[in-house]
Design a protein around this ligand. Structure first.
Ligand SMILES: [Zn+2]
Length: 392
C-alpha cells in the first residue's frame, strides 16, 4: 500500500506499508524529496492523514450493551449500580463473551485496536471470560488488557477482598480499586495501600477508579500519587475519573496537578459518563464533573480519554467510538483552542497508549497497522467523526 501526499503529524509525506511494516516515510515539505513511486499491483491512496491506531484506556466490557436489557430509568449512578448488581448474578459466559466481542468490534470499526477493560471482580465468570478473550482478540489484531476492578470496594463487606485477590491471581494485567466507595476516608486510603501491596507482590500495574464524585473532600488521588512515588511506580499507575478534582479548591487542585505529574500517574478522563453521572446532587449551577484536563496538561501530567461505558447500566448511549469521547471532552473542558483540539485528537493515538507501553509513532520500521483518514485536518476528523481505514 502506498499513501501519497498524506498528513503525518504536521508534515506532508508519502508513506508505504508492506508486509505489516511501515517501510518508508518520505517528507515532501521542502520540495526536493524523492517521491515514492507506485509499484506494480500496489494499492495507492492519496491525501488524508495517517495515524497510529487509537487505544481505549478505560471501558467495562463485562457490562457493555446491557443498558437496553435493564434500562436506567432515572439515569443516575445509584440506579446504574443497582441494575448492575441485579444482573450480575445471572450473567453467563456465553452472554459476556458475545457482548464483549460485539463491543470490541465497535472499537475496531472506529480505529481502536488496544482496549483496557475493567472487570467486576464480584463476578468470577466475567473475570475468567474476559481473560479468555485475550488470545481470541489478539488473533483479530486487538490487544486486550484486563483490570481487576472491585466494583463494590474491598473493605465494605467480607469476601470482596478475596474475590479481588483471586481475580489478580487468575491473570489480570492491573490491580483496580475504588477508594472513594469504601466506607470511610481512612478505609479508602487503606484500600489504596492494599492495592499497591497486591500489585507489588504480583508485578502488576495499578488502575483505580479514583475520586469519582463531586465531593471535594474525596482526597484519594494524593494518596495514590504519594504511594506511586515512594514505591517507584512511576508510569505504571492510572487513575480514572478524578472528578473530585473538578470541585477541589483551586490552591489544593494546583498542588494535586503538580503531584500527579511528579508521580508519573496518568489521569484518564471519561467525559461521556462523567457529565451525566456527576452533578447529580447539584441544583443550579450544575457542575460538569470532568477532571481538570487543561490544568493537568499545564502541570505536565499525562491525561488519557476513555469511553468508559458502551450502552451499559450506567450510560445508555455510546458507540465505542473514541472520537465521541474526545468531542465531549473538548466541549466540557473548554478545550476549543486550535492547539487544544489537536492535542485531544493526538491523545487518542498517543497518551491513550501509555497503559499498554510506549505509544506507537509513524516512522519507517514501525509495525503496522496504521489508520488512514480520508481527511487531513484533525479538527475536521473530530467534527465529522468519519471511520478510518485500518491498513496492515
Ligand atoms: Zn469505569
Amino acid at each position: 500500500m502506498l499513501i501519497r501526499n498524506t498528513a503525518v503529524g504536521d508534515r506532508e509525506c508519502d508513506v508505504r506499508i508492506a508486509d505489516g511494516v511501515v517501510t518508508d516515510v518520505v517528507e515532501l515539505t521542502g520540495g526536493d524529496a524523492v517521491r515514492l513511486a507506485p509499484r506494480s499491483e500496489e494499492d495507492v491512496l492519496d491525501g488524508g492523514r495517517v495515524t497510529p491506531p487509537f487505544a481505549e484506556p478505560h471501558v467495562h466490557l463485562d457490562a457493555a450493551l446491557l443498558g437496553r436489557r435493564a434500562p436506567n430509568r432515572s439515569g443516575t449512578l445509584r440506579e446504574g449500580i443497582a441494575n448492575w448488581s441485579a444482573l450480575r448474578a445471572s450473567l453467563t459466559e456465553e452472554d459476556i463473551r458475545e457482548r464483549a466481542l460485539a463491543t470490541a468490534q465497535m472499537y475496531v470499526d472506529t480505529g481502536t485496536l488496544s482496549i483496557r477493560t475493567h472487570v467486576d471482580t464480584g463476578c468470577e465468570v466475567a473475570v475468567q471470560t474476559l481473560l479468555d478473550l485475550k488470545p481470541v482478540l489478539a488473533e483479530r489484531g486487538v490487544q486486550l488488557q484486563v483490570v481487576a476492578f472491585p466494583q463494590e470496594g474491598i473493605l465494605r463487606a467480607p469476601g470482596r477482598r478475596e474475590q479481588w485477590e483471586r481475580a489478580v491471581a487468575l491473570g489480570c494485567d492491573a490491580v483496580g480499586g475504588i477508594p472513594h466507595f469504601e466506607r470511610t476516608t481512612e478505609e479508602g486510603w487503606r484500600s489504596v495501600r492494599i492495592a499497591f501491596d497486591l500489585a507489588e507482590e504480583n508485578g502488576r500495574q495499578l488502575d483505580f477508579h479514583c475520586d469519582e464524585t463531586d465531593d471535594p473532600g474525596s482526597r484519594n488521588l494524593e494518596v495514590v500519587c504519594a504511594e506511586a512515588i515512594d514505591r517507584g511506580f512511576s508510569g505504571r499507575v492510572v487513575c480514572g475519573h478524578c472528578t473530585a478534582l473538578h470541585s477541589y479548591p483551586n490552591p489544593y487542585a494546583a498542588k494535586i496537578c503538580e503531584l500527579v505529574a511528579t508521580a508519573g500517574v496518568q489521569v484518564v478522563a471519561n467525559p461521556l459518563d462523567n457529565v451525566v453521572l456527576q452533578g447529580r446532587y447539584d441544583s443550579y449551577p450544575r457542575r460538569r464533573g470532568l477532571t481538570r484536563i487543561d490544568e493537568l496538561w499545564a502541570a505536565g501530567a499525562h491525561v488519557g480519554i476513555g469511553h468508559d461505558s458502551v450502552m451499559d447500566p450506567w450510560y445508555r448511549l455510546g458507540t465505542g467510538n473514541l472520537l465521541d469521547a474526545a468531542s465531549m471532552a473538548i466541549h466540557l473542558g473548554h478545550l476549543t483552542s486550535e492547539d487544544a483540539m489537536r492535542r485531544v485528537f493526538r491523545t487518542l493515538h498517543h497518551e491513550n497508549h501509555l497503559p499498554f507501553g510506549t505509544p506507537p509513532e509513524i516512522f519507517a520500521g514501525e509495525s503496522a497497522p496504521i489508520l488512514w483518514w480520508d481527511e487531513p485536518d484533525e479538527i475536521e476528523i473530530l467534527r465529522l467523526r468519519p471511520r478510518p481505514r485500518v491498513i496492515s
